[in-house]
Design a protein around this ligand. Sequence first.
Ligand SMILES: *[C@@H]1O[C@H](CO)[C@@H](O)[C@H](O)[C@H]1NC(C)=O
Ligand SMILES: *[C@@H]1O[C@H](CO)[C@@H](O)[C@H](O)[C@H]1NC(C)=O
Ligand SMILES: *[C@@H]1O[C@H](CO)[C@@H](O)[C@H](O)[C@H]1NC(C)=O
Ligand SMILES: *[C@@H]1O[C@H](CO)[C@@H](O)[C@H](O)[C@H]1NC(C)=O
Length: 574
Amino acid sequence: MRITIPTTVILTLAVASTVYAAPAAPTHQLEKRGWFTDKLKDLFTKAIKSLECGACVAALVGAKDISYLNKNWVLDAAAGMCTDFKVMPKDVCHGLVYSQGPVIVNALMQASLLSGDGKFMCHQILGACPSQGVQSGIVSFPKSKPANAVAPAHSGQTVDILHLSDWHVDDKYLPGAEADCNRPLCCRKYDDSPVTPKRKASSWGDYKCDSPVKLGEDLLKFVPKVANVSFSILTGDVPPHDVWLQNRESVIREEDAAYKTMAAGLSTNLYPTIGNHEAGPTNLFPTKATGGDIQWLYDSLADDWSRWLPADAVNSVKNYGAYTVSPAPGLRIISMNNNFCYTMNFYLYGKTKDYDPNGELKWLVAQLQAAEDAGERVSSSATRPTLLPSSSLVTPYTDINPGFRIYKVDTKSWNVFDAETYVADMNLAPSWDATGATPNWHLEYSARQAYGAYVPVAPTAPLSASWWHNVTSTFETNQQAFQNYWTFRGKSANRLPACTAANGCAKETICNLRAGKSSDACSEIHFSVKRDDEHGENMSAAAADPTGLHSLYKRADPKPWNKKLCGLGAQFNL
Ligand SMILES: *[C@@H]1O[C@H](CO)[C@@H](O)[C@H](O)[C@H]1NC(C)=O
Ligand SMILES: *[C@@H]1O[C@H](CO)[C@@H](O)[C@H](O)[C@H]1NC(C)=O
Ligand SMILES: *[C@@H]1O[C@H](CO)[C@@H](O)[C@H](O)[C@H]1NC(C)=O
Ligand SMILES: *[C@@H]1O[C@H](CO)[C@@H](O)[C@H](O)[C@H]1NC(C)=O
C-alpha cells in the first residue's frame, strides 16, 4: 500500500478564513470566480509556508465556505496551484484534483471543522496539528471469552503459503519508453514523452515503474521451484500507480486482466483482499453514511474472485468487500476491507464520529466469534499487515526489488514458523535483455535465520508476536540488526535513503512496526522549509524561493518512513 495523493491537492483546498474579512467581493460571476480562486491560492501559499495548526484549520474553514458558493472554484484553485508551481505536469494535476477533490470538498461540507474535525484532518493528512486521539466506540463479542483456552499443539509439519502483495502490474508498460520521466509513473508513452529517453525502460521493469505483465508471469512461474504452495494470499492493490487516471472503468479492466493472469499462473486457490488502489478513483471508498457508490467494485471483484471462493464468501464480498474462508480444517482466513480506516480515504473525514463505518468491525467480531465457536485458528489478511514489514510486493515501484514471500505454517496450530522472502535484482534488468536471460529470482532472507541471529528461537517454537516484539526491541539497541531490517525493507535494492538513529528515522520506523492503528501516531513531520515567521529562517534560501513551495517539494531527503505529506518526496524523488 502506497500513499499517493499529493499534499498540494489537499492543502490547496486550505485557505484562511480571512476571505470574509476582505473587502467586498466583485459582483460579476467571472470576476468573482477569479477573485475567490486568487484568494484561495494566496492563502494556500501562506498556509503551506507556516504549517501551523490554526492556519491549517482556518484554511479548511475558508475552503468550506467557498464550496457553498461554488465547489468548482475550490477545485479550480487547487488545479491552478498544482500547475503554477510545477509540482506535476498539468494532466496529472488536473486528473488528481478533479477526481479526488470533489470528495474532499464534500467531506469539508459535512465536517464540523471547528469542533475537532478540522484539527483531526490537519493532523492526519498534514501533521500540522497535534494528534487528536481517536474517539473510540465498543463493538462487543456476543459471548464472553472462553475460560482456560489453550492453543493447539503443533503438528511439527509445515505447509507453504504464498504471499503476494501490491501486484500493480501495468499493462500499459512499454519497453524502451522513458524510465526517468516527470510523472508519478514512468515506462509508458505520454503525449509529451521525449523521442530519445534519458533512460530506456527494460522489458522486465524499472525502479520508477510498475511491473510489466511478463514480470508478474515470470514470478508466478518461479514459485513452484522453491515451494509446494498449499494456497496463496494477495493483500491488495492490483491496478498500477497512474492514480491521476484511475476510474471505475480502468479499475474493472485491470482487475479482470490481473486475476486472469494470476489464475493462469497459480495452481492453487488465491485468497485476495481489497486494497486502497482497488477503488476508482484511488483510495475513495464511500460508506453508507457518506453517499457515493462502491457496489460496482464489490460486484466486479466478487466475479473475479469466484474462481477461488465458495458461494457464501462471494456473497459476502458483494456486501462488505470482505469475506471469510476455511482453506483447511481448523484454519479460517478473514479477509478484511481495511479501507474504512485508511487516512487517505477522504470520504471518512465528513463522518469522523462513525467509529465503525458500514459495520465492518461488527462483521469482523461476528466472524471471530463463529471461528471461536468452531475451534478454528484465525489468520487475518488485510491490506496493511503489521506483523512483518510488507516485503511481498510484486512491484518494484519505487526503488525496491520485486518479490514474493513464502510462509511456512504448521498444519495443526497454524502458527507461522518462517517467512522466506524472494526477490529479483531489478538493477540487472538491462543485462537480462542483453543476454536473453530471465529475472534472477532468489532467496533474499529467511526471517527465522536473519532475526533469529539476534533473538534466538527454539526449533519447536513459532515466530510469535512476542518474538517479533523482541526483534523490534533489538532494533532499538543493535544498529546492525536495524540496518539489516532496513536493507530487507528495500528488498535489498539498497536504494532507500539512510535510516538511522541519528536522523530520527529508526525511532519512527520501530514505532510504526509496533503500531497497530492509524491513531498510533508515530511519525512527526519533517519539513526542510523553515517557518517564515520565526527565528532560524535562512534568508538566502527564502529569497531564492519566495513561495517556499519549491523547496518543500524539493526536500532533498525524501523520508519514506514519513507517512505525512503523502510520501511525496519519496514518490517523486524530486
Ligand atoms: C461554478 O464554477 C464553474 C467554473 O469553475 C462554472 O462553470 C459553473 O457554472 C459555476 N456554477 C454555478 C452554479 O455558478
Ligand atoms: C514438493 O514436494 C515434492 C513431494 O514431496 C518434493 O519432491 C519436492 O522437492 C517439493 N518441492 C519443493 C520446491 O519443495
Ligand atoms: C521476549 O523477551 C522477554 C524479555 O527478555 C522474554 O522473557 C521472552 O521470553 C522473549 N520472548 C520470545 C518469544 O523471544
Ligand atoms: C542557507 O541557504 C543557502 C541556499 O540554500 C545555503 O547555501 C546555506 O548554506 C544556508 N545557510 C545556512 C546557515 O543554513
